[in-house]
Design a protein around this ligand. Structure first.
Ligand code: GCB
Length: 599
């Protein structure tokens, strides 16, 4: 799915700002057709932002159901004669776009963009009333799954089996954009190189018949290669590769002509690089790559999951400062601005669907009832269809990002039962069918070790989340080290030809808490815990990466094991380093994408 852009044939208008905002406390917004007239409300909400922390009213924060966002939009006169669309970058978790009270599009899945084609409903130069209704409910048939319960006081409550807070609303940008009737609909780029010659294979999907031509430009703007036809492979002499920490991006300018006249033009960034799994190594550009970095979250004060370019730049500065070369989009696809920025700055990404919490073993921790993970009331055929749709949309959106090197199907699902294979295998198959160029992984939870997990054989790379020294062997790093090593020995012996990435390891730490005795929650304990874990990883050639949980402290739903959120960040929620950040920096800034030890 192409991101809207301004080009010789396309217009783009950003609709961010303050929108009228109303919470549908009594479920009457649709029956009273709120979208047909100005919302009767004194509230305004910032877009992009999650709405939950904007207001002081806890009933808004904890609302379960629909909210309405509204503004007027004047269609620029230059849009005349074109298709006119509204792009919602994300409506968490379901969005409906209304134009003057009439539904124009709806979409389920809180972290993916969708378009409403409103050409028939609006006119260039005229104003219209744009309303986006957004629903935050998670059920057993959504990704991620959840359950709505009614408390004794009659108030609805959203429960779910993951710890990050269920922020909702319009957390990413909204756009009005135009596209020609005959247009470029899709672009797929696959890159390779041999010696100093690169290749860019592309295939272009169009709406309507058109002749396609392409131009590849280097960073100085010089045309280095050209192509003709809807699919072709073009050669790039003296190619400059996209490398971790050293990005190089070409522009592929795609033009569609009809009867010799330019009908559409669209430009995408192309990084020439390869990704391969060979034996137990992960190769980028045929060189072993060692992942250093974090599982992250889109999470900030006040904005929740709201995208913000200042935070984006600062978070990436901190990644660079600490020596991270990569991160995982735990536990959902991130804003496209994040992906573009990673492309531009050479940061490597493990790109994850929002399939988190497909594991009823967490019911004890997060509140029951504990049901079978897969079954009619939990993970069923519809849930699986939602997962497959999530995989489809993720790959459609992110397939051309050089920064993305690995698809992650799910985080910490229950994978030790045969139903898990039936449930997840189609998702692995689909990912490989849609993108044969990238390996596919899943994130294994500690309760599904190598002797039990049945999904591991489906994966090209096995990712392990391990908490030896925190949830197990708490405050006993000696035992933790022994158990961690024994476990990794078991995994790497069972799967000697598969690379392993430790995608989570971490210890909750209150910034400013200290202990001469390395007591848990102190900054000293977190540093010692990470050093212990890292020294275990260094004993295994098959461990090709370490992602600390988490980059920064983040908001969670309340819980007796959380102190105003998850405190496993190397940085506090306001992005100040804990001692652990310095510990990681000392290690990572000397690694240079390679594992120095244990090889
Ligand atoms: C996990 C989850 C992550 C949690 C983390 C924790 O295994 O994947 O979402 O936040 O543990 O801190 O408990």
């Amino acid at each position: 799915m192409l991101k809207p852009q301004a080009s010789a044939t396309r217009e783009l208008l950003n609709l961010d700002g303050l929108w009228q905002f109303k919470v549908d406390f009594n479920d009457e917004g649709f029956s009273q057709n709120w979208a047909a007239k100005p919302l009767n409300t004194e509230l305004q909400a910032a877009v992009p932002a999650s709405y939950n922390d904007l207001f002081t009213d806890v009933a808004i924060r904890e609302h379960v159901g629909w909210v309405f966002y509204q503004r007027t939009v004047r269609v620029p006169r230059g849009f005349a004669g074109e298709r006119i669309l509204v792009r919602v970058d994300a409506a968490t978790h379901e969005g409906i776009v209304f134009v003057n009270g009439t539904e124009a599009a709806r979409h389920v899945g809180g972290y993916m963009p969708f378009d409403a084609d409103i050409t028939a409903q609006v006119s260039a130069g005229e104003e219209f009333l744009l309303t986006v209704a957004v629903n935050n409910i998670l059920t057993n048939e959504t990704i991620p799954p959840g359950r709505v319960v009614t408390r004794d006081n009659g108030v609805k409550q959203q429960t779910y089996l993951h710890d990050f807070y269920n922020y909702a609303g319009l957390a990413r940008s909204v756009w009005l954009h135009s596209a020609p009737q005959t247009r470029i609909e899709d672009i797929t780029v696959v890159t390779d190189f041999e010696g100093s010659t690169g290749s860019v294979a592309y295939s272009i999907g169009t709406l309507g018949q058109a002749q396609i031509s392409t131009e590849l430009r280097d960073e100085s703007g010089a045309v280095v290669a050209t192509g003709a036809g809807a699919s072709a492979t073009i050669s790039v002499p003296n190619v400059k590769l996209w490398q971790p920490g050293k990005a190089y991006l070409y522009d592929l300018v795609v033009r569609a002509h009809v009867d010799g006249k330019l009908a559409d033009e669209y430009t995408i960034k192309v990084g020439v690089r390869t990704v391969k799994v060979v034996g137990n190594q992960f190769l980028i550009n045929n060189e072993p790559f060692y992942f250093t970095g974090f599982g992250m979250h889109e999470d900030h004060i006040v904005k929740g999951k709201g995208h913000d370019n200042s935070f984006l730049v600062n978070d990436f500065e901190l990644l660079k400062w600490v020596g991270a070369n990569s991160f995982r989009t735990s536990h959902y696809p991130y804003a496209e601005e994040v992906m573009d920025y990673a492309d531009r700055h050479g940061i490597v990404i493990i790109d994850e669907t929002a399939a988190v919490g497909l594991n009823q073993n967490f019911a004890g921790m997060f509140g029951g009832p504990k049901l079978p993970t897969f079954g009619p009331e939990t993970g069923n055929d519809k849930t699986q269809a939602a997962l497959l749709q999530a995989v489809r949309e993720l790959i459609a959106r992110d397939k051309n990002h050089p920064s993305v090197v690995l698809w992650s199907i799910t985080n910490e699902a229950e994978t030790g039962i045969p139903e898990a294979v039936d449930f997840f295998k189609p998702a692995f198959d689909l990912a490989r069918q849609l993108d044969p160029t990238r390996p596919v992984t899943y994130i294994n939870v500690m309760t599904e070790p190598f002797g039990k997990c049945l999904v591991a054989p489906l994966a090209d790379v096995i990712c392990l989340n391990r908490y030896w020294g925190w949830y197990e062997d708490h405050s006993d790093l000696d035992n933790a080290s022994k158990h961690f090593e024994a476990e990794l020995k078991g995994w790497t012996e069972k799967y000697p030809n598969v690379p392993f990435i430790i995608t989570e390891y971490g210890a909750d730490t209150m910034p400013g808490a200290h202990s001469i005795h390395n007591l848990p929650w102190s900054e000293e304990y977190q540093s010692a815990y990470l050093e212990m874990s890292n020294s275990v990883f260094d004993k295994f050639a098959g461990v090709v990466g370490e992602h600390v949980w988490n980059f920064a402290d983040f908001q969670t739903k309340p819980g007796i094991f959380r102190v105003l959120g998850n405190k496993k960040g190397a940085f506090s929620r306001d992005r100040q380093p804990k001692a652990a950040a310095h510990t990681l920096r000392a290690r990572w800034t000397t690694l240079n994408n390679r594992k120095p030890l244990g090889e």
